[in-house]
Design a binder for this molecule. Structure first.
Ligand code: SAM
Ligand code: SF4
Length: 414
């Protein structure tokens, strides 16, 4: 989502007459688009900001701005710790960038109830595939998560605006779109998410449709049926579990039990042949005991994900879980995440090995920077494939898988 916000920031800068500089040293404007989902991202941001300060001494015309969720949450702290920052603006106020460049204000972080109706120019650099916002914000208030506080209330973009953007993308040669939102299956404008998918499926020129992220609680049987019947919707589903322990899921305020989640995965596998499923896991949530951790490890073994993103719980200021007693010590979080990653690596490798010898449809995303003859792309099931060949980004090729690795596949072009 932040990558796509950066594409919008670039789009506005292009409209304002800016062009990309080769490096920060050659820039007259530097905008850091920040993430505050975990503490580590915040630490990295402040250290980067400190390093950029020196550039301002060399180039007094340089302007520095901070965008994104840290700007939203900590505008005053940023301006106090780094008075050389010219202005800050949160993720709901990207549309104001032109005015901020003109010196209109130093802080723009008001709630923006009209965000879903505002279509911003987008400057995309991704070959062949495009991110498309379908909704903004989140109303779920999972107890660990900062997003509802920084990105505001959930708002769905009107169907006609989404279809107009995707039709234009198809005309420009894009083959794949990823519909973006914190909770896409609660999309509701004049139509439901199922109806939105049907309309996108009808757009000539678009060959692949993906979407992130779905919330397990809002994944209905009718959505699963729609997905299985639409030919362009890819056979990949990212469905964040977070924990295999129903007790912890309750403390997280996720709104489903492990058994309910499991039922939906079974239904997905029954309905969509060859579907790959990935997830997010948080380890070391406050109060997580050894038996809860074991349940998560057992869930990974039994659900057989194609891949996971695993995170150590990071207390975020202002969220409910940051105030919970029984915070788990960092050493224990590290032990648990290592076990989780090791168990999952073996599962992923085993599933990937099952693809050796198969022929996959691959959409080319680009070529290896060091070796221009090596292409990379993705299967419909979202596996990264590297193979020898020359073909522009966006082409769709048949590739035989010759070797499975943990995080990618090696192939040969047919
Ligand atoms: N809306 C999506 C959802 O509910 O699954 C994604 C939200 S978040 C941007 C992506 C992932 O970051 C979450 O699924 C969760 O695993 C992780 N995450 C969020 N807050 C966290 C925290 N405080 N500590 C560790 N991981 C966190
Ligand atoms: Fe955060 Fe939960 Fe909303 Fe996802 S659904 S963005 S984890 S509050």
């Amino acid at each position: 989502m932040n990558v796509h916000d950066s594409e919008k920031i670039s789009g506005i800068l292009g409209r304002e007459g800016y062009c990309a500089a080769g490096s920060p040293r050659d820039s007259d404007l530097i905008i850091l688009n920040t993430c505050s989902i975990r503490h580590k991202a915040e630490q990295k941001f402040f250290s980067r900001l400190g390093r950029i300060k020196a550039l301002k001494k060399k180039n007094p015309n340089l302007r520095i701005a901070v965008a994104g969720c840290i700007a939203q949450q900590k505008a005053n702290e940023i301006l106090r710790r780094a008075p050389y920052v010219d202005f800050v603006f949160g993720p709901q106020n990207i549309h104001l960038l032109g005015e901020l460049l003109g010196g209109a204000a130093r802080v723009a972080n008001d709630e923006n109830p009209l965000i879903a109706e505002m279509d911003l120019p987008v400057s995309r650099k991704s070959g062949g595939r495009a991110w498309v916002s379908i909704m903004y914000g989140c109303n779920n208030f999972c107890s660990y998560c900062i997003v509802p506080y920084t990105r505001g209330r959930e708002r769905s973009r009107p169907l006609s605006n989404i279809l107009r953007e995707i039709t234009e993308l198809a005309r420009e040669g894009y083959k794949e779109v990823t519909l973006l939102g914190q909770n896409v299956n609660s999309y509701r404008s004049d139509v439901s998410f199922e109806e939105l998918l049907r309309s996108v499926n009808d757009i000539h020129g678009i060959e692949r449709i993906r979407f992130v992220t779905s919330h397990p609680r809002d994944l209905s049987a009718s959505l699963i049926d729609a997905i299985s019947s639409l030919d362009k919707v890819c056979e990949h589903f990212h469905l964040p579990l977070q924990s295999g322990s129903t007790r912890i899921l309750g403390l997280m305020n996720r709104g489903y039990s492990y058994d309910e989640y499991r039922w939906k995965i079974d239904k997905l596998r029954d309905s969509v042949a060859g579907i790959s499923i990935t997830t997010d896991i948080i380890t070391g949530f406050p109060g997580e005991r050894d038996d809860d951790h074991r349940l998560t490890v057992e869930a990974l073994k039994s659900l057989g994900y194609d891949g996971i993103f695993a995170f150590k719980f990071s207390p975020r200021e202002g969220t409910e879980a940051s105030r919970f007693d029984a915070q788990v010590p960092n050493t224990l979080k590290s032990e648990r995440i290592s076990e989780i990653l090791e168990v999952q690596d073996n599962i992923t490798l085993k599933l990937n090995k099952g693809l050796e010898g198969s022929v996959q449809e691959v959409l080319v995303e680009g070529s290896d920077e060091t070796n221009g003859k090596m292409l990379n792309g993705r299967t419909r099931s979202n596996k990264v494939v590297n193979f020898r060949g020359i073909s522009p980004a966006g082409s769709i090729l048949s590739v035989r898988i010759i070797r499975a690795r943990k995080h990618s596949l090696d192939g040969e072009m047919l």
